[in-house]
Design a protein around this ligand. Structure first.
Ligand code: NAX
Ligand code: K
Length: 479
């Protein structure tokens, strides 16, 4: 039966039932269950689950702080029903009773402010229980709006979220607190939610065919974009080679590379399809004049360095008026000389680069990645891809997009260079800046997942993504 959003009592009953069903599915043998209940409706969900577990013959105890007796009418009612069937409540912040499973129903979306000493002790007890933890709706201590974490925020094995995805559980360090993610919609359909503004859009690999540009049979290389890759100072030649190769694998029609003369031979040996242009110190404007004129999009930054050579390429690219994908040291140069770039340009910072661009530190960026991405959009009037676990794409007047793919194996030098090439290639194939950034980040993450599926995430190399990029780039294409 459909439920209305306003029917909180029915929704709490369903939330508790869904939580109990999750226990039955995941931990059928858990006989002793400790349910940590807070004072609000998250605690109410916990009491409903506790009652179901007790009625099914499990050894259940609710643990709560003295000051956390239920405060809302709904939670009081749920607690009353638990007590009415003989439920046991233990008060105090000491250790948890011995259990096979701990359920975290301390705080949900109502969590705010720094935890008191007693709350912190309880959070530490949950994390130190040494048994699986099921978090209801939100791991306690997480700000569900932005993902900010209290010091001892719960690290769940499974989080069962209610109603709809909350963006604060989607990106950054919170992913290590969410564990496995489950959603119970409680019978509330999308139609019921119509008119409620969405906080973020989630994208998973299944959407790639709809997001990627399709290729007409009657096409030639000039239709698929000419990408100029600029970078690769001495000592960093591989970065621009990887960006160029990724652009080719993501379907670019032509790829030029402006780099140090010392790297031309290596580039040609690896990818003879790319067209190298040697750039000497002090020579960027002249050496790159033709290349920037003919480019549809410029991928700027992989291996660029911050010396005079890199600065020369940076100024040429920014002065070209062409759509840019700005990465790596080009972001650092931009941070030292900030200017508005315009919505045709895409910035692809990792948290450290984002921090330099915003004049803050990486931990502040990570505390609220949505806010940091939006601040970058405002400051540079550009599209922003904030990399990291749960990469975000933000753009002027757009709801933030969360890339629901990727894995920790991708945390290795060179992955960002590949991403830059992929996004530039898609931009060159006609996608708008925000769509190229979104589809590119998703394609890159999905290729990373596919490559990691072969031999595992650790030791994954950017070069391992190339064939997967090609395969996934063809999702939805007729062969
Ligand atoms: N919105 C809905 O219609 C539904 C909500 N449900 C549950 O209700 C939850 C939200 O309930 P509430 O709004 O009551 O909020 P919570 O239950 O998340 O917590 C609010 C309570 O915790 C206290 N609190 C917050 N931060 C604290 C801190 N740092 N230290 C000590 N106390 C703190 C507040 O003073 C308040 O009493 C959801 O997360 C979900 O679990 C579900 O029953 C399903 C339906
Ligand atoms: K919780």
């Amino acid at each position: 039966m459909a439920a209305r959003l306003g029917d909180a009592g029915l929704l709490m009953a369903r939330a508790g039932q869904a939580a109990w069903q999750t226990v039955l599915d995941r931990w059928p043998a858990a006989l002793r269950i400790a349910v940590v209940c807070g004072p609000g409706n998250n605690g109410g969900d916990g009491y409903v689950l506790a009652r179901h577990a007790l009625e099914a013959g499990r050894d259940v105890v609710v643990v709560r702080l003295e000051e956390h007796a239920p405060r809302s009418e709904l939670a009081r009612h749920a607690a009353g029903q638990f007590l009415a069937v003989g439920g046991r409540v233990v008060e105090g912040s000491g250790g948890l009773p011995t259990a096979d499973l701990v359920v975290d129903a301390l705080f949900g979306i109502g969590f705010a402010r720094e935890p008191s000493a007693d709350v912190a002790t309880l959070l530490r007890a949950i994390n130190g229980a040494g048994v699986p933890v099921l978090a209801l709706d939100v791991p306690s201590g997480v700000d569900a709006d932005c993902g900010a974490l209290a010091a001892d925020a719960v690290r769940a094995d499974v989080t069962l979220e209610f109603l709809l995805r909350k963006r604060g559980l989607a990106t950054g360090a919170v992913l290590d607190h969410v564990g496995e993610y489950l959603l119970a919609d409680l019978g509330v359909t999308e139609a019921d939610r119509e008119g409620i503004p969405i906080a973020a859009k989630w994208l998973d690999a299944g959407l790639l065919p709809a997001l990627l540009p399709h290729r007409a049979r009657d096409s030639h290389k000039g239709h698929h974009g000419r990408v100029s890759c600029l970078g690769g100072d001495l000592g960093h030649g591989g970065a621009i080679i990887m960006a160029a190769e990724a652009a080719l694998r993501a379907g670019a029609g032509l790829v030029d590379v402006g780099t140090r003369a010392e790297h031309v031979a290596a580039l040609l040996a690896r990818r003879p399809e790319a067209m190298p242009h040697a750039v000497n110190a002090g020579d960027a404007a002249m050496a790159l004049a033709d290349l920037t004129r003919s480019a549809d999009v410029i991928a700027l930054g992989p291996g660029l360095g911050r010396d005079a050579w890199g600065q020369g390429l940076f100024e040429v690219a920014l002065g070209s008026g062409k759509p840019l994908v700005v990465d790596a040291d080009a972001l650092n140069l931009l941070a030292s000389a900030p200017r508005s770039l315009g919505a045709e340009c895409i910035l692809t910072p990792h948290p450290g680069e984002a921090a330099r661009l915003l004049g803050t530190d990486a931990s502040s960026v990570q505390r609220d990645r949505f806010a940091a991405a939006q601040a970058l959009v405002q400051r540079f009037s550009a599209v922003v891809v904030l990399k990291g676990a749960g990469t975000l794409v933000a753009a002027p007047n757009e709801v933030s997009r969360v890339i629901g793919a990727g894995n920790p194996g991708m945390a290795v030098g060179g992955m960002g260079d590949v991403l830059t090439g992929v996004i530039a290639a898609l931009r060159g194939q006609g996608l708008s800046a925000v769509d190229a950034a979104t589809a590119g980040a998703l394609l890159h993450a999905a290729a990373g997942d596919a490559a990691a599926a072969v031999d595992g995430p650790i030791g994954l190399l950017p070069g391992d993504l190339m064939s997967e990029l090609r395969r996934l780039r063809n999702a939805g294409e007729e062969v």
